[in-house]
Design a protein around this ligand. Structure first.
Ligand code: ATP
Ligand code: MN
Length: 479
């Protein structure tokens, strides 16, 4: 394939060659004699400098070279005398492909707030910050596939439309072709979903896990990587209504194998980011430090790259829910009433403020918490011999709280069915799931990593809406 040259390639090329480049103008400056254009094409955070002799080009043409315009340039690559770049292009031809009226183009070369850029999400890719974020997003997606492929996992595509609603009761988006104004009704007056497209009520999936388990119980090790949907009304900086999840599922893995995999996987991804996205990370780091320069030293967050290294270099602390409750009960913020949700007894669900206290203040490293009360976890988790807890594991990260949720799965059909009856999961519709326990059942485990939570950590961005190209949140599905 004949490849057009990118800014990334040209910046590494040798001076003296004839080159051509397309891109968008970031800035233009200069005088009557010479014009300097900073050009970016998205391939790298760095711009290439175009030097144009003002007398060689019509004034009319140069006037159209404004921030945001698409241009095409050819010329000679030369060593740059200016600081900041090794090479620059001395333009021989210059064409404006698409103008960007400076009166109307929203992305001007000045600092825009992240909120403003969210309202202009269709154009925010053209800023340094979002260029960096979405190049890193790509690199992390690639690294995820690479890790699993290199380790013998198979990528399994689980359905987005599902008829099982056992996991996300009340949190699912319905998929229907029925007329909302005039749906067919049953004799008792309920909506008659037998007349719906699939002959039953269907929803968008909240997780590919159940189907993932079926694949793992034949292929051995699988992973899913796709969008999931949650109609929960949690308007936080860590929740999206549509987010991407990675869900590995492994036959013959117990909870300890599962923890080892989760830790190794996360460290691999962070190393990959350092090895492949350093310039973008350095840009995001500098931006964060600039953002926080007015904060007191002890309120500033750890420098981004140090923070990533810190997680790579430390063994994750492994702790039981029961021990964590004791630590939290006796913690300063709990005693001083600083927690929004006080921790008073064994059995309470942990909030992100508790998770972050354990990680950031108490252990000062990532934590894998296991042995949760069965009441606050899903029906499919392996029941521990104590009758109270299940073999669940959550990985808790600084800044984020829960980044991974997983468990060893209950492989004993009798225990599983008893639990399903206790919590009211309709067994009739779950026969396909139970069949893996009826035939050739075995210990197996898996977990779910929220892709955008990972990206929050890697990029240091503080709002999850800023690490997905087009965020969907309650009351917002713009673009
Ligand atoms: P939380 O308590 O933070 O809402 P959860 O217990 O609902 O998380 P799981 O059902 O275990 O999460 O989902 C697995 C992973 O998916 C989580 O560890 C998290 O990384 C991610 N995740 C869950 N809900 C969301 C969401 N609404 N938006 C983005 N990521 C999410
Ligand atoms: Mn949730």
């Amino acid at each position: 394939m004949k490849n057009k040259q990118s800014v990334k390639e040209l910046l590494k090329a040798n001076a003296g060659t004839e080159v051509s480049i397309n891109g968008w103008v970031r800035t233009k400056r200069g005088n009557k004699q010479v014009v300097f254009i900073a050009l970016n094409d998205g391939s790298t955070i760095n711009n290439i400098q175009i030097v144009a002799d003002a007398e060689q080009f019509p004034e009319e043409l140069l006037r159209k070279v404004t921030t945001g315009a698409a241009i095409s340039v050819s010329g000679t690559l030369q060593e740059s005398i200016g600081s900041g770049q090794a090479v620059e292009i001395h333009a021989k031809t210059l064409e404006v492909l698409g103008e960007a009226d400076p009166e109307k183009y929203p992305i001007q070369p000045k600092k825009h707030s992240l909120e403003f850029l969210r309202d202009n999400a269709h154009l925010r890719f053209r800023t340094n910050i979002f260029g960096a974020v979405f190049r890193i997003r790509h690199a992390m997606a690639f690294a995820i596939h690479k890790y699993f492929n290199d380790n013998g996992f198979f990528y399994l595509h689980t359905p987005l439309i599902t008829a099982s609603d056992c996991e996300g009761a009340g949190e699912m988006f319905r998929v229907t072709t029925l007329d909302a104004k005039n749906p067919p009704l049953t004799e008792s007056g309920d909506v008659d979903f037998r007349k719906d497209f699939f002959g039953k009520a269907t929803n968008l999936t909240v997780s590919g896990q159940l189907e993932g388990e079926l694949g793992a119980m034949a292929l051995g090790k699988i992973y899913t990587f796709g969008p999931t949907f949650r109609a929960e009304n949690s308007n936080t900086t860590r929740h999206l209504s549509e987010f991407w999840m990675i869900e590995p599922e492994m036959a013959f893995y117990d909870i300890y194998d599962n923890m080892d995999l989760a830790e190794d996987f996360l460290k691999y991804l962070l190393n990959y980011a350092l090895d492949n996205c350093l310039e973008d990370l350095q840009y995001l780091s500098a931006r964060l430090q600039e953002e926080e320069k007015n904060k007191k030293a002890d309120e500033r967050s750890m420098e981004l790259i140090d923070k990533i290294r810190f997680v790579i270099d430390n063994k994750f602390e492994r702790i039981s829910y029961t021990d964590a409750i004791e630590i939290l009960k006796n913690s300063k913020p709990n005693k001083n009433g600083k927690f929004q949700f006080p921790v008073d007894k064994w059995g309470v669900d942990l909030q992100s403020e508790h998770e972050r206290y354990l990680v950031e203040k108490h252990f000062k490293k990532p934590v894998i918490m296991t042995g949760y009360p069965k009441e606050i976890k899903s029906f499919y988790m392996k029941q521990n011999p104590d009758g109270q807890t299940v073999a669940a594991m959550d990985v808790l990260f600084p800044q984020i709280g829960e980044i991974i949720g997983g468990s060893q799965r209950e492989e004993d059909i009798n225990k599983l069915m008893t639990r399903m009856r206790e919590v009211g999961v309709p067994i009739a519709g779950m026969q396909y799931y139970l069949d893996t326990r009826r035939f050739g059942s075995a210990v197996h485990s898996g977990f779910g990593l929220g892709f955008e939570r990972l990206l929050l950590f890697v990029t240091g961005m503080s709002n999850i809406r800023d690490v997905i190209p087009f965020p969907r949140t309650p009351k917002n599905a713009e673009f």
